[in-house]
Design a protein around this ligand. Structure first.
Ligand code: EPZ
Length: 423
């Protein structure tokens, strides 16, 4: 069967400027939030990636029209008359669960297939459900489907999350904005994508205060006062961090544009600890390195801690650093599969539960490797750029979920790689 691969020639460089796309992990939720606008929402800076196509199809299945014009998505949900999201769509992308909150907000009910787990973890949704129950939602699970009903409508509540879950915070926001009364979400996620969603909800007529802090307060408004809006998605901080890791690997200088540096404070701290020079401007970040990479310990945490979505890319950096680094993954239970692939390229890594001991080596060797999740896939391509010899990366469907024109952007920065079909 035909298969697409990326063939990477090693000991390359990554220099120059690259503009990042809009944030995948914001745009997906902004599309879902458009259900509350009940009309024609215009979303700018939406990345051209497969996850966006899947979410667009979820909305279309509900009765919305979704049209793409370059990086703008026009989402008209006026005609949405269904609140059912089938398994065949949810199973393609877990983030489809983000329609749960807005569907309940709009219809007082929702039938959404339970999302499965994935390579990096069980990806439970218990916090989503517990919080929504506090808002007045009753859940049944029937044949793998979540059947949600708010018989007496949605009412405000004080909700404290066990863990600052991004998805739970988002679903609770999109339901509580049209609940009767005040809702407080305590221990809320603080990611920049949460702020982006709060801003869009307010642009549609909601009353959300505290987005980006641990305590978000929502004054519910009647659904019929919510209206469509035009909104521009923030830049993708994980795509930006991926390219910055590439610049740090090869020495740069490499500039990522279209990103607010405040989104990547902890990643910048770690780049400097690794021996890099980092300069920032309002809408860009530049990394360069003249010294050898220095061993640096990293632990992933909810924002503003170090992002788990950059863990693989920075494990790669530490694998070529002088000395030993400890990487601790605190967010997902199984996000070290990348290490096994990197060891095939000569990295020296020992995994112990959620710690990885990375002993720096002087060079990596090119090898055939496979992506296990989209961030590991992106990191494997970077590994191939600095390794000695040729690397072949498989499992490109993972990369295509979250990186628009990844090969083209890397080639424009000087990498020698090509995407081809074999078999
Ligand atoms: C979002 O996933 C992102 N995905 C992830 O990015 C990102 O890694 C993650 O946030 C953390 O920043 C999207 O936005 C589409 P969580 P999400 O709810 O919302 C557990 C990528 O590479 N948990 O903050 O699913 C959960 O299992 C992806 O772009 C529960 O136990 O993350 C996980 O271990 C990967 N119960 C931890 O919390 C719940 O009800 C963090 O999950 C919810 C979550």
């Amino acid at each position: 069967m035909a298969e697409e691969i990326i063939v990477v020639q090693g000991t390359g460089t990554l220099k120059g400027e690259v503009r990042v796309s809009g944030a995948k992990n914001s745009a997906l939720k902004l599309i879902a939030a458009a259900l509350l606008g009940q009309g024609r929402c215009v979303l700018h800076n939406v990345p051209q990636i497969s996850d966006i196509d899947v979410m667009s199809n979820v909305l279309r299945r509900l009765g919305a029209t979704v049209e793409r014009q370059d990086h703008t998505l026009v989402v008209d949900t006026a005609a949405v008359d269904s609140y059912e999201t089938p398994y065949e769509l949810v199973s393609k992308m877990r983030a489809s669960i983000s329609v749960l909150g807005p569907l309940i907000g709009r219809f007082g009910r929702a039938h959404v297939a339970m999302p499965g787990g994935c390579q990096i973890g069980a990806r439970k949704i218990d916090m989503h459900l517990l919080g929504l129950e506090k808002l007045g939602v009753h859940f049944d699970v029937k044949h793998g489907d979540l059947v949600a009903v708010a018989e007496n409508g949605l009412h405000g509540a004080y909700i404290t999350l066990d863990f600052p879950s991004v998805g739970a915070t988002e679903n609770l926001l999109m339901a509580s904005v049209v609940a009767e009364g005040e809702t407080t979400i305590d221990n809320a996620a603080r990611e920049p994508e949460i702020v982006d969603l709060c801003n869009m909800l307010n642009e549609m007529g909601a009353n959300v205060v505290g987005g980006g802090s641990s305590t978000i307060t929502v004054q519910g408004v009647p659904l019929n006062t919510m209206h469509p809006c035009e909104h521009t998605t923030v830049g993708d901080r994980i795509e930006a961090g991926t390219f910055l890791a590439g610049g740090a690997l090869t020495g740069g200088p490499l500039t990522v544009k279209g990103i607010d540096p405040s989104f990547l404070r902890m990643a910048i701290v770690k780049l400097e600890s690794l021996g890099c020079q980092v300069d920032t401007a309002a809408d860009s970040i530049t990394v360069s390195r003249t010294e050898p990479l220095r061993a640096t310990d990293i632990q992933t945490l909810p924002h503003p801690g170090f992002p788990t979505d950059l863990q693989a890319q920075f494990m790669l950096l530490t694998s070529l650093a002088q000395g030993n680094s400890v990487i601790t993954e605190n967010v997902f239970e199984n996000r070290f599969m990348f290490a096994a692939e990197l060891m095939r390229m000569g990295a020296d890594i020992t995994i112990d539960d959620h710690h990885a001991l990375v002993c720096g080596v002087s060079a990596l060797q090119g090898a055939p490797v496979s992506s296990t999740d989209l961030r590991a896939g992106a990191a494997l391509v970077l590994a191939g750029i600095v390794a000695e010899g040729e690397t072949v990366v498989r499992g490109l469907e993972h990369i295509d979920r979250g990186y628009e024109n990844y090969v083209g952007k890397l080639a424009a920065l000087g990498a020698s790689l090509e995407r081809k079909t074999i078999g």
